[in-house]
Write a protein that binds this ligand. Structure first.
Ligand SMILES: Cc1ncc(COP(=O)(O)O)c(C=O)c1O
Length: 357
């Protein structure tokens, strides 16, 4: 009975995740999942979790996992925060750092969870337009006017912002938080984790969901100055002390320790990304140069376009009917484009066969 909802709940427009259709003949290229399984060491770590570890509450501060992440990234334990997926970390960060009077700045075309969190916490926003070529110019942000968040690489474009450009923005923007969402940074963008010790207002979030094949585990991480991490801990401990369970803590450590497997699967994805980009371009698609595990492709009009719907929508529907799922948004500047996650080589061959059919 919706009459029991609070006014806040009534006005929410929740985030809609990509379709999780499964079955024999489905090729899922719509939620930027990794097509390869997690490292065998991860599966072994799950098997090794003791009954005692499940009986007891997990370490609320995930110290061993944070130590492993700190050593991997060359920062201190106090600079690392972990959460139940990076979405949860973003939700905590919005509450910890963005709920003041000044409007939060983020790109007009970006991860669609940002406006949802603004809505949830009643945060004003100021959208920053992408350039005509869909790149994100740091010069468009107004330093210190309000906090800033953007993904690097951006989603759904896949375009990366160079580290030097972010560093230049940080020189001017010192009074408010800058949150760089590096969910896809291990697939080609330059991470700014190394800058957190120089900039007390820089927070960087990353995830185990993409490059590390652990979307189902829900594990995210943030790096920042000690005071920013403490701010996140204060919010976490006012909401849920144990967001990262015992299995996820063990899995995170095992994943970090198997660098060889991680690097191998990343390079396989990058190889398939390059192949798919080339194949689509040869068929007249415009494909933005991606630094992520997905590509953003403008569908040529001649592919279909006979009806009144955009050619991209018609192709999206045709692929969906054939069991190949990609992502489509019927929105200004996006309606001619498809976002296609990178699957295995066989997945990408099937995609091309369906496009050609
Ligand atoms: C830009 C961006 N940030 C954050 C996330 C959240 O990732 P997770 O909650 O799985 O860590 C996603 C997921 O698709 C994303 O695209």
């Amino acid at each position: 009975m919706t009459q029991f909802w609070t006014d806040t709940v009534k006005r929410l427009t929740p985030y809609v995740p990509g379709e999780q259709r499964s079955g024999e003949n489905i090729t899922k290229l719509n939620t930027n999942e990794n097509p390869y399984p997690p490292s065998p060491a991860v599966m072994q770590a799950i098997g090794n979790v003791s009954a005692d570890a499940l009986r007891r509450y997990p370490d609320p501060e995930s110290v061993q996992l944070r130590e492993a992440l700190a050593a991997y990234h060359g920062v201190a334990l106090e600079n690392v925060f972990v959460g139940n997926g990076s979405d949860e970390i973003l939700a905590l960060a919005f509450l910890a750092f963005f709920t003041h009077e000044k409007a939060l700045q983020y790109p007009d075309i970006t991860y669609s969870f940002y406006p949802v969190y603004c809505d949830l916490y009643s945060i004003e926003s100021q959208v920053i337009s992408l350039e005509d070529n869909y790149s994100l110019s740091m010069d468009r942000f107004v330093p210190n006017a309000g906090s800033i968040i953007f993904p690097n690489p951006n989603a759904p474009t896949g375009l990366a912002t160079p580290r030097d450009a972010i560093a230049a923005l940080l020189k001017k923007h010192t009074e408010q938080v800058l949150l760089v969402d590096e969910a896809y940074a291990d697939l080609g963008a330059q991470s700014v984790v190394g800058l957190v010790n120089e900039h007390p207002n820089l927070l960087v979030s990353q995830t185990f969901s993409k490059g590390r094949s652990l979307a189902g585990m829900r594990l995210g991480v943030a790096f920042g100055d000690k005071a920013l991490i403490e701010g996140l801990q204060r919010v976490k401990n006012s909401f849920n002390s144990y967001p990262v369970d015992a299995i996820a803590q063990a899995v995170g450590i095992a994943s970090i320790e198997d660098e060889t497997y991680y690097k191998k699967t990343l390079s396989q994805i990058i190889e398939s990304r390059d192949w798919t980009t080339e194949q689509l371009r040869s068929r007249g698609f415009e494909v933005l140069p991606s630094s992520a595990n997905f590509i953003f492709a403008r569908v040529p009009q001649q592919t279909s376009g006979k009806g009144s719907e955009p050619a991209a929508y018609e192709l999206f529907q045709r692929l969906s009917a054939a069991g190949v799922l990609v992502r489509y948004w019927k929105k200004p500047r996006l309606e001619d484009w498809l976002r296609i996650s990178i699957g295995t080589s066989a997945d990408m061959h099937r995609l091309m066969d369906c496009i050609d059919a």
